[in-house]
Design a protein around this ligand. Structure first.
Ligand code: ATP
Ligand code: MG
Length: 289
């Protein structure tokens, strides 16, 4: 049974509040995440995505509205956010900023050591987390963190968060700056992590193909508000609205849309190349067509 682990209603947040430079980042945002969710948050640059997710582990507190995460009320100034930080793992938009220890093993071990585990327990968590992101423990534990490639650093940052064994994993633009191979490997890791990890996974992404491949449910922000929500199929079938918001759609959905406009009978909610091939094949062989 899945239950809501995140409930955000009418969330408002200002930066530099009360100064002449005040900007409103969120103005009525909504979000719900279920315990086994695989969700994506999309939106134009500046739409408030990073601000929204920083409320999930209490880096930011709501200025107005409701944020409930695993039953904790983030609007309560007396709330101790430390337990929440263990349950909600956040990988930042620039994961390099999350790394600080000279060796990979120590960097990944930082969180579990803070939790006060025995050396064996710390080692188990580090090994499992590194292997989950495709970094061999023996091969990488003694490597110099800041000599790694961008894609490897991203994996180390993700391993450091996974080593806390969170119940909600949130990644801000996880595929930005990765080459096609790195992107494919990361998506594969995330799928496995979600399938094996008994955790909800939320990604923030500009990359529509990544969203189409990974997410089941999608939330779209514009100007600090939640303007669309639905299953990934429902959202990508709403091509005109997405275009008005300045967002693209996955290449395959785009192609299906153009074929439909040209008079071909193709389903509106095609997401993958296989589905498109099947739709075209079915239509071209159908005697009624
Ligand atoms: N630390 C900050 N100080 C002042 N304004 C900020 C700060 N962080 C974000 N903002 C502003 O808040 C708004 C929302 O920013 P946010 O970073 O949440 O958007 P985003 O959707 O994550 O954008 P991107 O896709 O570029 O990462 C923007 O207008 C931004 O300029
Ligand atoms: Mg951002």
């Amino acid at each position: 049974m899945s239950e809501n682990v995140v409930e955000i209603q009418d969330l408002w947040h200002w930066y530099l509040r009360g100064t002449p430079l005040q900007t409103v980042a969120l103005q009525g945002a909504e979000l719900e995440i279920q315990s086994d969710d695989l969700a994506a948050i999309m939106g134009h640059t500046g739409s408030g995505k990073s601000s929204l997710i920083q409320h999930l582990n209490g880096i930011l507190r709501p200025h107005r509205g409701t944020v409930r995460v695993f039953g904790n009320d983030l609007a309560d100034p007396k709330l101790d956010v430390r337990p929440l930080r263990r349950m909600v793992g956040l990988v930042f938009q620039q994961p390099e900023m999350q790394l600080f220890d000279p060796t990979v093993g120590d960097d990944v071990a930082f969180g579990p050591r803070q939790l006060g585990g025995t050396p064996e327990e710390v080692r188990r968590r580090v090994r499992t987390a590194m292997e989950r992101v495709g970094l061999s423990f023996e091969g990488f534990k003694d490597r110099y963190t800041f000599g790694l490639s961008g894609g490897e650093m991203r994996r180390v940052a993700l391993a450091g968060v996974l080593a806390l064994e969170p119940r909600l994993l949130v990644l801000d633009e996880p595929t930005a700056g990765l080459d096609p191979r790195g992107r494919r490997q990361l998506l594969e890791s995330l799928r496995t992590i979600h399938a094996e990890g008994e955790m909800a996974v939320v990604i923030v992404s500009h990359d529509m193909d990544v969203v189409a491949e990974l997410a089941r449910r999608v939330w779209v922000l514009a100007g600090g508000r939640t303007v669309m929500r639905g299953s990934v199929r429902e959202i990508f079938a709403r091509v005109e609205e997405l275009r008005e918001l300045g967002l693209g759609i996955p290449q395959v959905s785009e192609l299906a849309y153009e074929l439909r406009r040209a008079g071909r009978d193709v389903r509106a909610d095609v997401l993958t190349a296989d589905e498109l091939a099947e739709a075209l094949w079915t239509n071209s062989t159908s005697p009624a067509a």
